[in-house]
Ligand binder design. Structure first.
Ligand code: FES
Length: 365
C-alpha cells in the first residue's frame, strides 16, 4: 500500500561538528567520517527524494560545512528540484564559501545561536570564539540576500535572554527566529538535570515571547516551541511518525525521527540497500508507529489523537520502556507524575559535552 509522500527530508550529511553542544540532537554514538555516504550516494538520495515527492531538503549534521563537497551536494539537490535549507553552526563558512553555496542554488540558511551573551554562548557551544564567528556568518548571509532564520535552543543556562535573542536576530536581518526548548533525548537526556529550566523560568520565557511577538512581528517571525515537560498535553512529535518527514543519517540509515535509534528493536533500512520510496512506504521502522493501529489506551480512544498523534514515541520509550505507551507528557499517562517529579527535582551543575566516544571530556571535545 502506498503512503502519501513526505514533505521534508533531513539529510545529516555528517556528524562531524566543531561545536560540542550538550543538547545536540545527534545520537550519543556518532557516525565516523569513514562511515559517511560519499558524494555520489548523497546525490542519488536527493534525486530519489525529489522523485518521491519531497519538497524541502534540510542539509544538516553535525556541521554540513564540514563536508568538503557541500557546494556540490547543494548544487545536486537544487538541480533535483528540492528547496534547500542549510542548517549550520556558522563555523567553517567563509563569505566565499557562502557565495559558492548561493551560486549552487542554496535557498535558505538556518543559523544556530547559543546565546546573545558571548561568553555564555561560547561556553555552551564548547568553542572559544563561536559567538563572533556566527555574527560574521549572519552578516555574510544577509549580504548575499539569502533568507536567514536564527535557531536558538533554550534551556536553564540561557532562557532568561529569549527577548534579547529575538531583538538581536531582528537587528541581524533575520526574517525568522525559532526559539525551541531543548528536547531531552540523546545528549539532552544525558544533561537533563543541568539543562531543564525551572517552572518560574519557563513562565517568564512564555511572557517574554508574547511580548517580543507584539513588538517585533511581522518584521521578524518569532516561532516558539514550548517545553512539553511543563505541559498537560504531548507535542505532535514529527507531526506524526512516518507521516511528513524522514531523516537520513551520515551512514545512510533512514529514520522516522532523529532520536528513533533510541528505541531498541526497530529495524532501520539503509539507502545503500533499499530505494528511498520502499523505505518510506514499507520499511519496518516507518510502519511501526504509523497511523493509529499501534496505539494502546489511553491514546486509542482519545479525541486528541488526531491533534498530537499520540505524542512522542522516543519519549514514551525513555520513560516507560514501551514505545507504544502514551507519551508521559500527557496528563492521562500513568507516568506523567514521574515526569513532573523530574521537573521538580533539584538541578545540577556541570555538562557532558557532545563528543565522539574516546575523545577527552569537557568543552570542545
Ligand atoms: Fe522520536 Fe519524538 S523524537 S518520535
Amino acid at each position: 500500500m502506498t503512503h502519501p509522500p513526505p514533505l521534508g527530508m533531513l539529510a545529516e550529511v555528517t556528524h562531524r561538528c566543531p561545536l560540542a553542544c550538550p543538547y545536540c540532537s545527534n545520537p550519543v554514538q556518532l557516525d565516523r567520517r569513514s562511515d559517511e555516504l560519499d558524494t555520489a550516494a548523497w546525490l542519488g538520495v536527493f534525486e530519489q527524494a525529489a522523485a518521491l515527492g519531497v519538497l524541502q531538503l534540510h542539509l544538516s549534521g553535525g556541521e554540513p560545512a564540514a563536508r568538503p563537497d557541500i557546494v556540490e551536494l547543494t548544487r545536486g539537490a537544487a538541480a533535483a528540484g528540492l528547496y534547500t535549507n542549510l542548517i549550520t553552526s556558522g563555523i567553517g563558512l567563509s563569505a566565499a564559501r557562502l557565495e559558492a553555496l548561493a551560486g549552487a542554488g542554496l535557498d535558505h540558511v538556518q543559523l544556530s545561536w547559543q546565546d546573545t551573551d558571548s561568553a555564555n554562548a561560547d561556553e555552551i557551544a564548547g568553542f572559544a570564539g563561536a559567538y563572533a564567528r556566527k555574527q560574521e556568518t549572519a552578516r555574510a548571509v544577509i549580504a548575499l540576500g539569502l533568507p536567514l532564520t536564527i535557531n536558538v535552543v533554550v534551556h536553564r543556562l540561557n532562557i532568561g535572554r529569549v527577548a534579547e535573542m529575538a531583538a538581536a536576530a531582528h537587528r541581524a536581518g533575520a526574517r525568522r527566529i525559532e526559539i525551541a526548548h531543548a528536547q531531552y533525548y540523546g545528549w539532552g537526556l544525558v544533561n537533563r538535570a543541568a539543562l531543564l529550566p525551572t517552572l518560574d523560568q519557563v513562565e517568564a520565557a512564555h511572557a517574554a515571547v508574547a511580548r517580543v511577538r507584539q513588538e517585533l512581528q511581522p518584521a521578524i517571525l518569532v516561532d516558539y516551541v514550548a517545553p512539553d515537560h511543563f505541559s498537560r498535553w504531548p507535542k505532535p512529535c514529527m507531526n506524526g511518525w512516518g507521516r511528513q518527514s524522514l531523516n537520513v543519517t551520515p551512514r545512510g540509515k533512514v529514520l522516522p525521527c532523529h532520536a528513533a535509534e533510541t528505541i531498541p528493536g526497530l529495524v532501520f533500512w539503509n539507502v545503500r540497500e533499499h530505494p528511498l520510496r520502499e523505505i518510506w512506504e514499507a520499511s519496518p521502522a516507518f510502519t511501526a508507529f504509523r497511523g493509529e493501529a499501534w496505539m494502546k489506551e489511553p491514546c486509542r480512544s482519545c479525541p486528541r489523537k488526531e491533534i498530537d498523534f499520540g505524542g512522542c514515541r522516543c519519549q514514551a520509550f525513555a520513560w516507560t520502556g514501551d514505545a507504544a505507551d502514551a507519551d508521559p507528557a500527557c496528563q492521562h499517562s500513568p507516568h506523567h507524575a514521574a515526569l513532573r517529579a523530574a521537573v521538580a527535582a533539584p538541578r545540577t551543575d556541570g555538562l557532558r559535552y557532545r563528543r565522539f566516544s574516546g575523545a577527552p571530556a569537557g568543552p570542545g571535545g
